[in-house]
Design a protein around this ligand. Structure first.
Ligand SMILES: [Zn+2]
Length: 299
């Protein structure tokens, strides 16, 4: 791991500290990466240019291998795809209500970092071809209707999905841009990330050890702008099987990378204290406590 001094989206160095933390290998999840080591005084910062909140402690390629590589990947049991259908139908509803899409028949979908296709297997039932892009592709027990690929070899995708991926990525703009440059012009792109600002601003938490980037609607919009996306809609909502506040966004890929154009700043602190954020947070916690959450979220 290493520390950065610039925002991973707009590369500004105008940052404000939200909180400061020290972790050791005893903290939940961190033992994978730290063993007996301690990381002192890492910061959760907010960017005063684009509004992204992020951890200044980033993963190296070696850390990414430890976390997500084939050598340490957990051996999955057979996937019960039905448990994830509520998450898939949320994506279908979001896309059909915010675009003129009415049918997915014949669609070619790229599911980036999609694991066993938990979220996209449902789309094969709608007549789609689904490729799952996993850079360190390992043989997995997945539906025979899905195909796992280790690198992009074709560009004819109609829809590219990044579901709960970008919060894990050290350089999210570079990552998105490299993939979208290889996919055809005007393909539809769907992004979904957890909305976690209430945890960081109100409860001062360290956060999930795997999460590096904490978006709100404005910072996700700014990221879409910076990769030249033709934005259709970005929305804060209850998602992930109605159990987690998320930010969902959809845009057309116009493949024009740009830096710092038309970026708009809105205070992430004010956003985290807004009524809709607090309501979403409270509802998600009640659902988790009462067990009224998607089966996929319990696993
Ligand atoms: Zn920024």
């Amino acid at each position: 791991m290493y520390k950065v001094c610039n925002c991973p989206i707009c590369y500004s160095n105008r940052l404000k500290s939200v909180s400061e933390h020290t972790v050791d290998g005893k903290a939940t999840g961190w033992s994978y990466l730290l063993n007996d080591n301690v990381v002192e005084n890492y910061k959760i910062n907010s960017c005063l240019n684009c509004g992204l909140v992020f951890r200044n402690l980033r993963f190296s390629d070696a850390d990414m291998d430890i976390l997500y590589g084939s050598a340490t990947a957990p051996k999955h049991r057979k996937c019960r795809y039905e448990d994830y259908y509520d998450r898939s139908t949320e994506i279908v509803d979001f896309l059909t209500s915010n675009t003129n899409l009415r049918s997915f028949e014949g669609f070619k979908i790229l599911d980036v970092g999609g694991g066993r296709g938990e979220v996209t297997e449902y789309f094969t039932k709608l007549g789609c071809r689904v490729d799952i892009l996993e850079f360190d592709a390992t043989p997995m027990e997945i539906s025979e209707d899905l195909r796992v690929i280790g690198q992009l070899t074709q560009e004819d995708y109609d829809l590219v999905i990044f579901s709960h991926i970008l919060e894990h990525i050290t350089e999210p703009v570079k990552f998105l841009n490299e993939i979208l440059q290889k996919v055809k012009l005007n393909s539809l792109v769907y992004l979904e990330v957890p909305y976690e600002l209430v945890s960081y601003y109100v409860f001062n938490t360290k956060g999930h050890y795997e999460h590096l980037n904490y978006f709100n609607s404005q910072s996700l919009k700014n990221m879409i702008v910076s990769i030249g996306g033709n934005q259709i809609c970005v929305e804060k909502k209850l998602g992930f099987g109605q159990s987690l506040p998320v930010i969902s966004g959809v845009f057309y890929n116009n493949k024009t990378f740009q830096t710092n154009h038309n970026i708009e700043y809105k205070s992430p602190l004010r956003d985290s204290l807004s009524l809709d954020s607090i309501v979403l947070y409270v509802i998600s916690k009640i659902r988790q406590i009462t067990g009224k959450v998607s089966k996929s979220h319990k696993q």
